[in-house]
Ligand binder design. Structure first.
Ligand code: NAD
Ligand code: DAU
Length: 376
């Protein structure tokens, strides 16, 4: 058994830091560890938004670099120039539906991009600076484990990988490359496998923000198949805290699961959001003025917008995480209660109309139109 770490990162490279979880992680880190250097590298794909980091821009410890993890030379230069000791690797193509219609980008970024980053880390940390304390923290997903039946025990770290979507296969592949760099070259790594996140800055193609924003525009709420698929929802700040604990206290080379102990069927979560949005708008005249198309403003209820549509191909039925290893070894447990987390999230989208309207244009609108045409 490898020894427990007591590692204090000082200079971090955060890939994908302009995306949903990455941006929340950057805010968490700057607040929790003032004085640490935080360099964000992001290609600003459709899912990345520099505005997600606007409050960090004035912090002298923060730097944003627009670039691609496929660019080995840039990665190596940044590691040298910024004397980075810790990479927290979020950058990825992350949406399962997109991986079904276009898997190539997932192989490029998630597999090849992760490998370019690993190569740069090996060059700078092992070949040029042997003995330098370092850590490659790879952010992965519970989807690599495949699907569970209703009464199966939740995923553990030793559950065999059985990815079902091209997205999950690409993440599984990247996990294996990370593992291989640990085993073959001695690169210090950790992998976190986390369940479904929710919270501010999530791109409204994912279930929770899609449902909130569609209600505000009185658009249909698409439920794939019977809607009884189950996900284990975790507030995004709890994911950030879990990664922090793994970085500082986890055993080098070990995978750790992070989950919410919070299983919900999709249809139930959508109904809950419908009730929450109706209630918030009903009690606030300013919101009624802001969102005149919302069902409650038209004398209707949001729940009537629900439409069951064709199921996602290869749709995993149930995910659930057993977080007991993380709990025992690094003292991880989720802190946010789902009822307060989801209410905060609904409020964030109600308050940040400009944010979601501005990103739901152009390329995204074309993609979503194509989705619905195919699914109808
Ligand atoms: P996201 O799609 O919101 O953000 C991804 C970010 O990566 C974007 O800012 C994008 O611009 C950037 N990016 C994409 N390709 C890049 C490239 N080639 N080079 C540099 N930057 C690139 O994703 P997210 O939901 O925040 O997920 C972040 C990570 O966490 C992913 O690795 C994902 O697999 C993992 N994860 C997500 C969840 C979830 O519920 N969202 C759960 C578990 C694990
Ligand atoms: O489990 C972790 C994973 O969670 C992450 O690795 C992924 O990056 C992240 O996107 C998420 O994957 P899911 O496929 O579970 O998330 P999504 O929000 O796309 O869908 C959640 C569930 O809701 C899923 O069962 C599909 C269903 N769904 C989704 C959408 C977008 C619908 O029924 N209708 C929809 O319109």
């Amino acid at each position: 058994m490898t020894a427990k770490k007591s590692y204090e990162p000082k200079r971090l490279l955060i890939t994908g830091g302009a995306g949903f979880i990455g941006a929340n992680f950057v805010h968490y880190w700057l607040k929790t560890y003032p004085g640490n250097r935080v360099v964000v590298l992001d290609a600003l794909t459709y899912a990345g938004n520099i505005e997600n980091l606007s409050s960090a821009k004035s912090n002298p410890d923060f730097r944003f670099v627009h670039g691609n993890i496929l660019d080995y030379e840039l990665m190596a230069r940044l590691l040298r120039e910024e004397k980075i000791d810790t990479i927290v690797h979020f950058a990825a193509e992350s949406h399962v539906d997109r991986s079904i219609t276009g898997p190539d980008a997932f192989i490029e970024t998630n597999v090849k991009g992760t490998h370019e980053l690993l190569k740069a880390a090996k060059t700078v940390w092992l070949d040029e600076n042997p003995g330098m304390p370092h850590l490659f923290q790879h952010v992965s997903t519970d989807e690599v484990y495949g699907t569970l039946k209703e009464n199966d025990p939740p995923f553990r770290e030793d559950t065999p990988y059985a990815p079902n979507s091209p997205y999950a296969a690409s993440k599984a592949s990247s996990d294996f490359f990370v593992r291989s760099y640990q085993e073959t070259y001695g690169l210090n790594t950790n992998i976190s496998n986390c369940s479904n996140n929710y919270g501010p800055y999530q791109f409204p193609e994912k279930l929770i923000p899609l449902v909130i924003t569609n209600i505000l525009e009185s658009k249909a709420l698409p439920i794939y198949g019977d809607g009884k698929q189950i996900r284990d929802w975790l507030y995004v700040d709890d994911h950030a805290r879990g990664i922090d604990l793994i970085i500082r206290k986890g055993r080098t080379g070990e995978p750790y699961n992070i989950g919410g102990i919070n299983e919900w069927a999709n249809i139930d979560i959508v109904k809950l959001i419908c009730e929450l949005v109706d209630k918030r708008i009903k009690e606030d005249p300013a919101l009624q003025k802001q969102y005149p198309d919302a069902p409650v403003c038209q004398g209707n209820v949001a729940i009537d917008l629900i439409r069951h549509i064709k199921d996602r191909p290869g749709h995993d039925r149930r995910y659930a995480i057993d977080p007991s290893k993380s709990n025992k070894e690094i003292n991880y447990q989720p802190e946010e209660i789902f009822e307060t987390g989801i209410a905060k999230t609904v409020d964030w989208y109600l308050t940040n109309e400009n944010w979601w309207r501005s990103i739901m244009s152009g390329e995204y609108q074309n993609w979503i139109k194509q989705q619905y045409t195919e699914n109808d």
